[in-house]
Design a protein around this ligand. Structure first.
Ligand code: NAD
Length: 479
């Protein structure tokens, strides 16, 4: 087992790495053993004002920096993140808990986002529109929207900040980001890579604090021109209202409750074994995770048996231990929630086929859990579990399956397994989700847009769409 040291932790303000000094701090806890890894400094209102003034001061210069120069910095940052991946991943596992292999994969993919958006920085173009009046030239231009306030959660501390930072910086916007206070070292490592890559001082600033105070302060400032948030639906709704006060655009990546439709003609092995890997990745604390497995009646028992077998083989443990396939939950609140959801489902008639209990000892470990025949009125059929619980539920017809898949207000990810091309086309068209995997669970790629429908949010990050959310459109009509 690796015993890497952790931290130190800073604020990154106006190009300076600022230690806590007299500021309040918040403990960062290793969820695998409950020990305190370090203390993260919490910003004051004066710090936020300094950050805002800095962002305002650098906005014009950064927006006018040549695309090739912005691209070179982002490409270099991506390269540094890849070079430092082993070290960053260890920090990530210490503070977030996921197995080192998953953490390494996440950090490498975060590096890829910087490389992808480095190229996008060079492709911001406009249009010349023919005029209906003689001698008039009409130009449509896209320009950086201005300073961005970004808020990211603890569960993907590398890739979620990377998606936002890479796109905003490529577009020419300065960013003040507040990553999750629970896993701050990873975001600081990304900032360090950008700083080392030559990002001008003040273009990126990293703050930690009391989340409500930070978001209220930043979003209310007229300096902030764009807000982006990843996290829960209730907080997304709150930040949306705050952004609306200042008529500011906001991108929201919120929760999900990903359905998986498994049809009678599906490759059951791929759906079940892949489903276990997907469901328990990140200890189930993944917004695009497959959570509700909806299985057509003829293959329900076969799927269930295979799914349970694969679940029981999972090795749970400290993410730094090479044999671990699933780490702890992020905090004790999540442990209590898992217990409540399991008890409620079982009381209403669900069959508990695997797990269902917290694992004794230090750390916030919960067994990989499978609930079958989960009744419709169970809490877990409505609420995003955000933990290691898989729900199995049978359906009869295509229409029944789609109705259940689309029943909830969420619309982030959805999956389907079928060998029939017509069924695949129909479900692809009809599933109300922003990201759909057919006959596979791997739906994330830098070149694809990442985003949800309905209450899962709006706006896309990644892909050719991503940069547009940090640009404004204006025209110049010249006689
Ligand atoms: P939470 O709602 O307390 O917080 C979610 C995130 O929002 C955290 O990063 C938190 O720091 C931030 N936040 C909270 N209040 C804020 C405010 N007023 N202003 C700005 N930021 C604020 O939830 P939690 O206990 O951290 O996580 C549990 C739930 O959050 C899950 O059930 C899941 O639905 C959701 N979540 C979703 C994602 C995602 O990737 N979409 C990630 C993490 C959490």
């Amino acid at each position: 087992m690796n015993t890497t040291t952790y931290g130190p932790l800073y604020l990154f303000l106006a190009g300076e790495w600022v230690p806590a000094d007299t500021r309040d701090t918040s403990p960062v806890v290793n969820p695998a053993d409950g020990t305190v890894l370090g203390r993260v400094p919490l910003v004051t209102a004066a710090d936020l004002d300094r950050a805002l003034l800095t962002a305002n001061a650098v906005a014009g210069t950064w927006a006018k920096t040549f695309p090739n120069e912005r691209a070179a910095i982002l490409r270099k940052a991506g390269e540094l993140i890849r070079q430092r991946a082993a070290e960053i991943a260890r920090q990530l596992t210490l503070e977030e808990g996921k197995p080192l292999g998953e953490a390494t994969d996440e950090v490498l993919r975060a590096g890829e986002y910087f490389e992808w958006f480095a190229e996008e920085a060079r492709r911001i173009d406009g249009r010349v529109v023919p005029s209906n009046r003689p001698g008039v030239q009409q130009l449509v231009k896209r320009q950086a929207i201005g300073p961005v306030a970004a808020f990211t959660p603890w569960n993907f501390p590398a890739i979620t900040p990377a998606r936002k930072l890479a796109a905003a910086l490529a577009a020419g916007c300065p960013v003040i980001i507040k990553p999750g206070e629970e896993s701050p070292a990873t975001a600081l490592a990304l900032a360090r890579a950008l700083d080392d890559a030559g990002l001008p001082k003040g273009v990126l600033q990293v703050v930690f604090g009391v989340p409500d105070m930070v978001s209220a302060h930043l979003i209310a400032s007229p300096i902030i021109r764009k807000v982006t948030f990843t996290g829960s639906v209730p907080v997304g709704r709150l930040l949306s209202a705050r952004a609306a006060e200042g008529v500011k655009p906001i991108t929201l990546e919120l929760g999900g409750h990903g359905p998986v439709l498994v049809f009678n003609d599906a490759d059951i092995e791929a759906a079940a074994v892949g489903g276990v890997a997907n469901r328990f990745r990140g200890t189930g604390q993944v917004c695009i995770s497959s959570t509700r497995f909806l299985i057509q009646r003829d293959v329900y028992e076969a799927f269930t048996q295979r799914f349970v077998e694969a679940t029981l083989r999972l090795v749970v443990g400290n993410g730094l231990d090479e044999s671990s396939q699933m780490g702890p939950l992020a905090n004790p609140r999540q442990l209590a929630k898992m217990e409540e959801l399991v008890a409620d489902a079982v009381e209403r008639g669900a069959r508990l086929l695997a797990g269902g209990k917290r694992i004794p000892g230090p750390g916030y470990f919960f067994e990989p859990t499978v609930l079958a025949d989960v009744p419709m009125d169970a809490r877990v059929m409505q609420e995003e579990p955000f933990g290691p619980i898989a729900i199995l539920h049978p359906f009869d017809t295509l229409e029944d399956g789609l109705n259940e898949a689309n029943r909830l207000p969420y619309g982030l990810s959805a999956y389907a397994f079928t060998r029939d091309a017509r069924t695949a086309l129909d479900v692809g068209d009809s599933l109300e989700a922003g990201m759909i995997g057919i006959n596979q669970y791997r739906i994330i790629a830098t070149e694809l847009p990442f985003g949800g429908l309905k209450e899962s949010g709006h706006g896309s990050e990644g892909g050719a769409e991503g940069i547009g959310y940090y640009l404004t459109t204006k025209f110049i009509s010249q006689a």
